[in-house]
Design a protein around this ligand. Structure first.
Ligand code: ADP
Ligand code: MG
Length: 382
């Protein structure tokens, strides 16, 4: 019993850190007690990205002062931070931006990028997709009003090289339509990529595949590995006829035409080939319904294969994001950029959240760069 108690005493003393208590330590203890984490603040509805321009600017100014930089105009806000133009006083033409954020994971993502960018000096091709990141500074912000009055939060200032928006043509080439196309050439290229038989046929086969099939009596059976066209009457033979029909369709003339004519035509042609049933059961949906359901995912499956994904293949195990990654028949610009994102893995960095507003262009060289690396992660060693 005694030794048990001794054990706990020891633990308590160690946890306390130091025996010698001085005023400074007390002061730190006091402010730490009043500190809340950026995530905690966010969970209570406080994110500095909602601050009015003036109070936000005061924070940015304090961070810029720490860096010895001149603060310029506000350039943009995302979900994690506010971005300002800054000019570094030393170094000629050091035109940068300052990302102001309360999230420690952002500091991690940009710090990782800073290291990797240095490690990749000998591989400039690959390094080009990473932004140049400067020394990250932080300040303690004290809430003067509202719910968190009397409490404090740490805010980070992340200096990053200044980039430019992607030209629409390239943006839509990399990320597709985002609802509709704005660049006619990108739209044309996209339509021709999506109707390329080398891309289309494998996607049709995958979309209309299943491990099970339904027979005429509406009973379920395993397809025993022959998954393609599982619910078609005549299976693969019928599937090949169907593929011919699809290739003979008039190609879509526009994105609108793709959505409203071409896709529904494919879907109808697939449903028509469904295995008929003579009896229905409440347990199993009939084949035509199942094919109808499968065809709903066709657009996404096709489109995902020719765009830059927002998450890496590993994301699947985190939250089951559907994975369809650019194939050889994707446009070269998409393939090149995607290959580089994947190659980062070999150097210990995993891309994350690479959506259309997180990718920009390096002026002068016109290289494509991930501008927001706040969610990039180290690859766990194992
Ligand atoms: N390096 C940069 N150069 C110029 N503008 C930038 C840069 N980084 C971000 N921005 C602008 O700020 C916006 C928000 O930045 P981002 O890093 O995506 O923040 P969040 O993490 O909140 O999404 C971007 O959409 C872009 O307009
Ligand atoms: Mg962003």
């Amino acid at each position: 019993m005694k030794s048990f108690f001794e054990g706990w005493r020891k633990y308590l003393i160690e946890d306390d850190g130091t025996e010698k208590i001085d005023v400074d330590v007390l002061a730190n203890k006091a402010s730490e007690k009043n500190m809340i984490s950026g995530r905690e603040a966010q969970q209570s509805g406080v994110n500095i990205i909602d601050f009015e321009p003036q109070p936000a600017r005061e924070i940015a100014q304090a961070l810029a002062d720490k860096l010895g930089a001149q603060l310029g105009e506000e350039l943009g806000r995302g979900a994690m931070g506010i971005v300002y133009a800054i000019r570094m006083e030393e170094g000629e033409g050091a035109d940068m931006i300052l990302k102001v954020t309360q999230f420690p994971h952002e500091k991690k993502g940009y710090t990782l990028t800073r290291w990797k960018k240095r490690e990749l000096k000998k591989n400039p091709e690959l390094a080009s997709i990473l932004p140049e990141v400067g020394d990250i500074v932080d300040i303690i912000y004290d809430f003067k009003e509202g719910w968190f009055r009397g409490r404090s939060i740490k805010i980070y200032g992340i200096p990053v090289e200044r980039l430019e928006p992607l030209p629409l043509r390239i943006k839509e080439q990399l990320f597709g339509h985002g609802g509709k196309f704005k660049n006619p050439e990108a739209e044309k290229d996209w339509l021709s990529a999506i109707t390329n038989p080398k891309l289309l046929i494998p996607v049709l086969r995958e979309t209309f595949s299943d491990d099970h099939t339904i027979d005429v009596d509406n009973q379920m059976h395993s397809t025993r590995g022959e998954r393609e066209y599982a619910y078609f009457e005549g299976r693969m033979d019928s599937g090949i006829e169907f593929e011919k029909e699809v290739l003979e369709l008039e190609p879509p003339r526009s994105f609108q035409d793709y959505l409203t004519r071409w896709l529904p035509q494919i879907s109808r042609r697939a449903v028509r080939r469904a295995q008929p049933v003579t009896s229905y059961s409440s347990m199993n949906a009939p084949p035509d319904r199942l094919i109808q359901r499968q065809s709903v995912s066709l657009a996404k499956q096709l489109e995902d294969r020719i765009k830059i994904p927002q998450y890496p293949p590993e994301a699947l195990k985190y939250f089951g994001v559907e994975g369809a990654y650019p194939k050889e028949d994707a446009p070269p610009q998409v393939r090149n950029f995607f290959n580089k994102l994947m190659e980062l893995e070999k150097y210990g960095a995993r891309f994350w959240d690479t959506h259309r507003d997180n990718v920009m262009m390096r002026p002068l060289t016109n290289e494509i760069v991930v501008s927001d690396v706040g969610l990039f992660k180290p690859v766990e060693e194992n």
